[in-house]
Write a protein that binds this ligand. Structure first.
Ligand code: FPP
Length: 257
């Protein structure tokens, strides 16, 4: 099969260069994928959850440390009730169906967001899976659920105030330590991917994306499978990351060289 050959070849290639430690994905385009096929939107989300399975498996296979998926934003609560209900049902179904795969592959499942807003049938499954997988060391798979980057920053500020920190002790490190991603012990974000051709961050990982590489791909999320992930990682490996320094400094020379 030509695609399988391509996947194997690309997988071998990306493994030979430094991998991003932490990849996050804005999984966009489920609705359009369904509309293009004359299907209800929920069918796009269903196909999207298949893509979640395939991409998670590939991420684990190449050895990413962390994969974070924007599954439901704080703003998504405003979608039609029927769609919100269908997404919650899909999440519950996913958590039931993936239990064995998560445990057999040593994946630690985490969640970031206002998880207390989730209906109890999702929250219960999520809490159980997080507790059960807490000791796993293979890869951390984080679902961003009822997540918003601004919401995360506001709650971090509130925590600092509650701790009674004086203004001079409110540092970048202190604030970062109160983010949900710090609770989940996630490494620094290296690569942020958005599917479906949109070029926006949409309130995802605002603090964490400060120095992340951004990748906007045309593929609709349900079509984003192993090959698409490998291509995004291969593209990341061609980027020069400077973190505000000059190219010469990063290459080990002195500034201005
Ligand atoms: C954006 O596409 C996608 C979402 C709002 C939900 C993402 C959910 C899944 C991929 C499935 C469930 C998740 C898991 C972890 C099993 P959109 O609906 O905004 O697409 P559109 O812009 O084409 O309308």
């Amino acid at each position: 099969m030509p695609e399988k050959g391509l996947i194997d070849e690309l997988r071998d290639r990306v493994r030979k260069s430094p991998l991003p430690r932490h990849v996050a994905i804005i999984m966009d385009g489920n609705g359009r994928w369904a509309e293009l096929r004359g299907l209800p939107r929920v069918e796009g989300h269903r196909a999207g959850s298949e893509a979640v399975r395939a991409v998670t498996r590939e991420a684990r296979r190449i050895g990413l440390e962390a994969l974070t998926l924007y599954a439901f934003s704080a703003q998504n609560w405003g979608r039609p009730e029927e769609e919100v209900g269908a997404l919650m049902a899909l999440l519950a179904e996913y958590l039931d169906a993936e239990r064995d795969e998560i445990m057999e592959n040593g994946i630690r499942l985490e969640a970031v967001g206002e998880v207390e807003r989730l209906p109890s049938f999702v929250r219960g499954r999520l809490d159980r899976m997080r507790a059960e997988s807490a000791g796993n060391r293979g890869m951390v798979l984080t679902l961003a659920l009822s997540y918003g980057g601004r919401e995360e920053l506001v709650q971090a500020a509130r925590r600092l105030v509650r701790r009674g920190l004086p203004p001079e002790r409110i540092t970048e490190d202190a604030l970062e330590g109160e983010l949900w991603t710090s609770d989940a012990r996630l490494p620094t974000l290296d690569l942020l991917v958005r599917t479906s051709g949109e070029r926006r961050i949409s309130n995802f990982l605002l603090w964490q994306s400060a120095y992340a590489e951004l990748s906007f791909v045309e593929t609709l999320w349900p079509d984003f499978r192993e090959l698409s992930l490998l291509q995004a990682v291969a593209d990341f490996q061609t980027r020069e990351r400077r973190f505000g320094l000059t190219g010469a400094q990063v290459a080990g020379g002195s500034p201005g060289e």
